[in-house]
Design a protein around this ligand. Structure first.
Ligand code: IPE
Ligand code: IPE
Ligand code: MG
Length: 254
């Protein structure tokens, strides 16, 4: 709560869930034990997002570059994804959460693709938090697939090159119907984007914490939200031009 009495809650929180492997290594456990332990933090972040009235939570689960890891780890991550999808759907329904997977799902096994589609369908009518799991997602991939679609429309004569605008590109990206992330959180101590949402993060507030993902609990999440609440988002304007009643304007000219 700030002086103007408005709670500054982000509409969209995006998290790079990093540090599972190091969490496990620290305990002399195999890396996959860290991935398993991370599922609890997924639950916590979903529940806390619901509690705080956040509209969209996007979790980076597997990047387009994570295929470069040893085959054994990739396959364990796929198994875990499969099991978690199956197990968590009931809980998501109970919390009125709508699940969505973003990324290139064509690279997944048929079985996993079916499970993804089923989990999305089972939660499609929920109108609470939107939970996006970024799986085989890359910010560059997202831009490439958007540009490809625009190029197809230009080739068919439906669109001209001159009419390609920021809005046109935005509209072809993965979650064009949702607000851009307001708050980016990365656990695990690294301070980089690692090809997460590149286009959509143009004005996102960045928060980095040393906590490994399995240790990221409700308190740690609240600390990130407190950090966000204290930021002044200027969107290129001068601070004094901003209205005091609307602390997080999606359009600064509002
Ligand atoms: C994040 O944890 C999970 C994935 C990338 C799938 P890591 O597996 O990257 O854990 P660290 O960074 O090696 O500790
Ligand atoms: C980013 O973590 C991707 C996910 C959390 C899914 P990485 O562990 O893959 O990132 P780098 O390799 O350290 O940049
Ligand atoms: Mg990592």
């Amino acid at each position: 709560m700030e002086g103007d009495g408005v709670a500054r809650i982000p509409r969209h929180v995006a998290i790079v869930m990093d540090g599972n492997g190091r969490w496990a290594q620290q305990r002399n456990l195999p890396r996959h034990a860290g991935h398993k332990a991370g599922v609890k933090s997924v639950r916590t972040s979903v529940e806390e997002s619901v509690r705080h009235g956040i509209e969209v939570l996007t979790l980076f689960a597997f990047s387009s570059e994570n295929w470069k890891r040893p085959a054994g780890e990739v396959s364990l991550l796929m198994d875990l994804f499969m099991v978690a999808l199956q197990r968590e759907v009931k809980r998501l329904k109970r919390n009125n959460v709508r699940l969505r997977i973003i990324g290139d799902r064509s690279a997944f096994s048929d079985k996993l693709q079916q499970r993804i589609a089923a989990a999305e369908a089972e939660t499609a009518d929920n109108d609470g938090l939107v939970l996006q799991i970024a799986a085989n997602y890359g910010g560059r991939w997202d831009i490439v697939q958007a540009v490809r679609r625009l190029a197809t429309r230009v080739a068919s004569g439906e669109l001209t090159a001159e009419r390609i605008s920021e809005a046109a590109i935005s509209s072809e990206l993965s979650f064009s119907d949702l607000p851009d992330p307001d708050l980016f959180i990365r656990t695990g101590g690294e301070q980089r984007i690692s090809n997460f949402m590149l286009w959509q993060s143009a004005y996102t507030e960045l928060y980095f914490t040393d906590a490994y993902w399995p240790d990221f609990d409700a308190r740690a999440y609240t600390a990130a939200l407190d950090f966000f609440a204290a930021r002044q988002r200027r969107f290129g304007t001068l601070g004094e031009q901003l209205p005091t009643t609307n602390p997080n304007p999606s359009d600064p000219t509002d």
